[in-house]
Write a protein that binds this ligand. Structure first.
Ligand code: AMP
Ligand code: MN
Ligand code: MN
Ligand code: MN
Length: 294
């Protein structure tokens, strides 16, 4: 029998509810095929995929806990917070998601307008996205894929580099809720907050330590010590940040497209043994998972 320490865990993945390529049920089936025992679907600023994911997980015999990746503001920068184990119907979280939905819609219109000004089909892309999948949260990834699909750029990465990344002409900064408000909403809903991919933000070493300390101080519980495509040195650096701030550790592929080898669900480095796995709380009593009725 596989003990809890050997179980394959992946607590950060995306579906078509935001900017992933697979529908929630298909992602869960991919996870089951990859031997994942415990996972979380963590779409950007939406819990719309959780119902289908939970149903599929029951059919596949694997565990999925409620998840979300929330966009947050910290000192004027965008930071991502993975929320885990909350009640998806909790009032404060529902209100926060509704607010961010409005922010994202207005931002998507602004991105489209900027692309239009560049002579690119921004409005056309936005109309197409709304018509093809009206329930999906619209991210920059959607614009990037459409620009690539329409032959404007060779691939989505080029769309970011030329138009959508910070400092490029169609970049529109998100006006996200403050970090403290995001953590509070998750905790109000009975969940925990995890600072996502801590090494991916453009920060000095000192700023990064301050971000992690501030996150812990405001009630954050975990740090994503292992993320997809990370080197051993990076995992060690993230582990150092985690231990220094007294946070629990999380692991997640940040999978958007399982067909990409570096994003395969569950294909992750082990959490260093000095760090307490944040998922212990959901393994303690498998017969009675907290708030898994999503
Ligand atoms: P948004 O939340 O709308 O700003 O979109 C952010 C998403 O865009 C991230 O979650 C990534 O999936 C994707 N993304 C951001 N920067 C890049 C990049 N340089 N290349 C490819 N994808 C990116
Ligand atoms: Mn994304
Ligand atoms: Mn992220
Ligand atoms: Mn993500």
């Amino acid at each position: 029998m596989i003990g809890p320490d050997a179980a394959v865990v992946d607590l950060h993945m995306h579906t078509t509810a935001s900017d992933g390529t697979l529908a929630p049920a298909d992602l869960i089936r991919t996870c089951a095929g990859a031997g994942v025992a415990l996972c979380a679907v963590t779409d950007h600023d939406t819990v719309a995929g959780l119902g289908a994911a939970t149903e599929a997980a029951a059919a596949e015999g694997i565990r999925v806990i409620p998840g979300v990746e929330l966009s947050a503001a910290w000192e004027g920068r965008t930071i991502h917070v993975v929320g885990l184990g909350f009640d998806p119907a909790a009032a404060a979280l529902t209100a926060l998601l509704a607010e961010v939905d409005g922010l994202r819609r207005r931002r998507a219109q602004e991105i489209a307008a900027r692309l239009d000004k560049l002579g690119l089909p921004g409005s056309g892309i936005l109309a197409h996205l709304g018509a093809s999948d009206p329930r999906s949260v619209v991210t920059r990834t959607h614009f990037a894929r459409e620009l690539a699909g329409r032959g404007v750029v060779a691939d989505p990465g080029s769309a970011f580099r030329r138009f959508l990344a910070r400092g490029r002409p169609a970049y529109v900064r998100g006006t996200w809720p403050e970090l403290g408000a995001v953590i509070d909403a998750l905790r109000d809903g009975g969940g925990v907050a995890v600072l996502a991919h801590p090494l991916r933000y453009t920060l000095s070493a000192g700023q990064r330590r301050r971000l992690v300390a501030d996150f812990a101080h405001r009630g954050g519980t975990g740090l994503e010590v292992v993320t997809g495509g990370q080197s051993r040195e990076q995992t060690e650096a993230a582990a150092g940040l985690c231990l220094r701030a007294g946070l629990e550790g999380s692991v997640g592929s940040d999978c958007h497209d399982p067909s990409l080898p570096w994003q395969r669900p569950g294909r992750l480095a082990k959490l260093p043994p000095a760090i307490a796995p944040i998922w212990r709380r959901w393994q303690a009593d498998p017969a009675n998972p907290p708030e898994s009725s999503a």
